[in-house]
Design a binder for this molecule. Structure first.
Ligand code: GLN
Length: 194
């Protein structure tokens, strides 16, 4: 077995787009594993939690008995790249919603927070990561980060609000960097954490 194993949480959502982004970023497909059960969660180097529907993902994590184990591994330092619904799933505080989150990332989020008319849009996003620079933010029924704790670093800003954050080895974006042709965020994530 290879020494690196990146898990794609594959219960629901756009995990395939993340797999393709990792390939574009130079990561071998054979070192990725789709995560659908408790046993798949063993021996991971890192995990990607995709966009999709956070309520559904949360429910399926519970149903398949994976919720506590995933939370435990992230709390123990397993690197995570999460996008959109994935970010919501990680958040400590989900506004107006009693859905079960993993509660490992010290942010307060509001789901579907850009309103119906503009619930999907593209906009330039400035990151503080040299190798990433300014990227196109693809926001799809995106959440907004309303507040963040002092351990949370803001990696990217859009309209004066954080849209990509880091807390230790947790990286989470409100938009969809997996849809960028050159996959700069995935490239940086692999270089930094894998
Ligand atoms: N609105 C979705 C949710 O609340 C997230 C949308 C997305 O992941 N593109 O889970």
């Amino acid at each position: 077995m290879s020494s690196h194993r990146i898990g794609l949480l594959a219960l629901q959502g756009d995990y395939e787009a993340h797999g393709k982004a990792l390939v574009r970023a130079g990561f071998p497909r054979c070192d990725m594993v789709e995560i659908r059960s408790f046993s798949d969660l063993q021996s991971l180097t890192a995990i990607i939690i995709p966009g999709g529907e956070s309520t559904v993902m949360s429910m399926l994590l519970e149903r398949f008995g994976m919720f506590e184990e995933l939370k435990r591994q992230i709390e123990n330092g397993m690197p995570v790249l999460a996008t959109c619904a994935g970010l919501i799933l990680l958040a400590k505080n989900i506004e107006g919603n009693d859905q079960m989150g993993l509660g490992v990332l010290d942010i307060k989020v509001k789901r579907n927070a850009y309103g119906r008319q503009v619930d999907s849009f593209h906009a330039p996003v400035q990151t503080i990561i040299d190798s990433v620079g300014i990227i196109e933010g693809i926001f799809i029924r995106a959440p907004r980060i309303l507040a963040s704790g002092k351990e949370v670093e803001h990696l990217a800003i859009y309209e004066n609000e954080p849209v990509m954050v880091r807390q230790g080895s947790i990286i989470a974006a409100t938009f969809h960097p997996e849809l960028l042709p050159d996959a700069p965020v995935h490239r940086w994530f692999i270089q930094t954490f894998v």
